[in-house]
Design a protein around this ligand. Sequence first.
Ligand SMILES: [Zn+2]
Ligand SMILES: [Zn+2]
Ligand SMILES: [Zn+2]
Length: 678
Amino acid sequence: MGEMEMMMRGREEIEMGEDLTRPLPPLSFSLHHSLLLSHCSSCFSPLPSSPLPPIFPPRFPPSNSNPKILYCSSQCSFSDSPLHFSSAEHHLLCLLPSAAAADSSDLRAALRLLESNPATRRSSSVSRIAGLSTNLHKLANDDEEEVAARIRDGARAMAAARRMRDRDCSGEESEGEEEAMAAAALCAVLTNGVEVQVKSGRTLGVAVYGGGGFSWINHSCSPNACYRISLHSDLQTTSFLPDHETAAMRIVPCCNKETQTESGVCSNIISVLSTKECGCSYGPRIIVRSIKRIQKGEEVTVAYTDLLQPKSVRQSDLWSKYRFICCCSRCGSVPPTYMDRVLEEISVVNGNSSSSDSGFYRDKATQMLTQYIDDAISDYLSIGDAQSCCEKLDHVLTRGLPDEQLERNEGTSLPTYTYWLHPLHHLSLNAYTTLASAYKTCSNDMLALFSEANENLCVAFDMSRTSVAYSLLLAGATNHLFQFEPSLIASVANYWVSAGESLSTFARSSMWRELIPLSSLSSIIRHNCLKCSLGNKYETGSFHSQVQYEDFAHVSSKFLDCVTDYMQKVWHLLVHGCNHLRVFKDPLDFSWLVTAKYSSMWEICSHCSSNNIGSNSDIYENIPLCEAQGCTTQVRIHLFQLGVHCLLYGAYLSSICFGKHSYLTCHAQNILDTVEHD
Ligand SMILES: [Zn+2]
Ligand SMILES: [Zn+2]
Ligand SMILES: [Zn+2]
């Protein structure tokens, strides 16, 4: 990854939602250490009840009876065992103390890479292994001592493992040479490694890809492609065609600077690519897919970092992992794009006047708000105190963060400064994600502890709907940004599915039955929406057929129309009892933020918060939940149908970026099937 002098281009005109490559085999891969005895080291599938140990080759007699890794079948053991020993992976696992072994997947992938690419056995070529850039000179001689130390220690352990292996046969390299090659291989894995995420959404290990030009696909913060990992078992059980292996590659390599042939492709690269595919014949494969329409000859790019981060965070992330400065169109935009502006916009309110981003305070405000929000989130994730987390986050989102320290330092005569997060700031988006989950936890805790008392049921019900409201706000906020940045499609798919899951779970909750005796969902026919074609598309399976951009735009606008209708009927009920959420009249409509002068938004926020001060504490008391609050069976049905819409649209977006067999698509479909047969 990140080889700026090389790029991949579209070989032909490509629509959104099409596979650009066949499933490309890895050059090297390894399971995470914690999964070595629960998953097959060859195919990554969960192990059967009687797994097989590696086959010890004659020259490596078993030194102890405990195998370090396991396989699901004799076939897997047969294909992978030789490399397990010859790469010295086995020896590394014997050598490393358990604390270091836990973090050894990069080292093991590097050992395997080194062993299966003998062309690198020349110390002069450490800048490249199997065609992959190692970034060795940048990573190993860096100012950041932590990275350099990690590479030094890792290379030392790898070299020691290889020497241990070589005691049984003849060693070839000197000690220094061994360590230099080990460092290069490790850097190649750190620079080019891809997390192996599978259907469950879980990360199983790391893999390095080079074949098919994958390592030449550059990064962009506004990419037109994404990738997914496919395990051998997926390839067998899904509808991948038998001739999938020979499927056409729809992207071609190209040099940025060197002389090119007429077609824009370097002839020496064509010869490299046309030779037999390099890489393992097994292990997790990678498939690249278009998420935008790609013109013939246009560069194909993917994201190496989270696109919902502001420019400064993306840049420092890319620098620390890959040592390059991104010069993509989004990063280079002057003035910054709307999305990059709002993702890091903070307002500084000084007494009665307010100004946005006034330079001097901006760094300090960012630092303080980041710290505050991280602390609140860790209350929930580390300490398990969901309620304290919700209170803190709601508070900072609604009332901002006063800088009391500033006041003390510079004398009491100065007015108090308050720092406000933009509702689309990336910290705000993190906060919404956390709040959706934490309020749900609060509600469940409440039900588990006090299921008897009716007033507690009301509180649990309110917390549950606040959780639903935050997941809708998050989906609405990212969907708004998606209108400006189409490469957010994968994140948006995720958030719509989460919102849909949250809504349909809430609408089906037994709390309704207890609070509103006659409430029933039984009369709902799921796909009866006549206004949009989502349900119909889903039923007929035309969801997954080739997506034309015009079709996509049409489906999206119909979806938004329907969802806007439902939102008008339910939003004010969902936000009942939550000061912060009441700022938003409609979580799908952020147009007031685009057009408003910055200051007016803060006036709205402060207006809302000052109006409601004091009313929050007793909101749950003495107000029995009933039809008077508007929570009727009709509302319940609207919530349910809104949820189905979100799930359908999430599945639609997910099948565009990951295909119909991806985890997210299947997850959304499973929920839809469950609610249908309820
Ligand atoms: Zn296996
Ligand atoms: Zn960029
Ligand atoms: Zn509809």
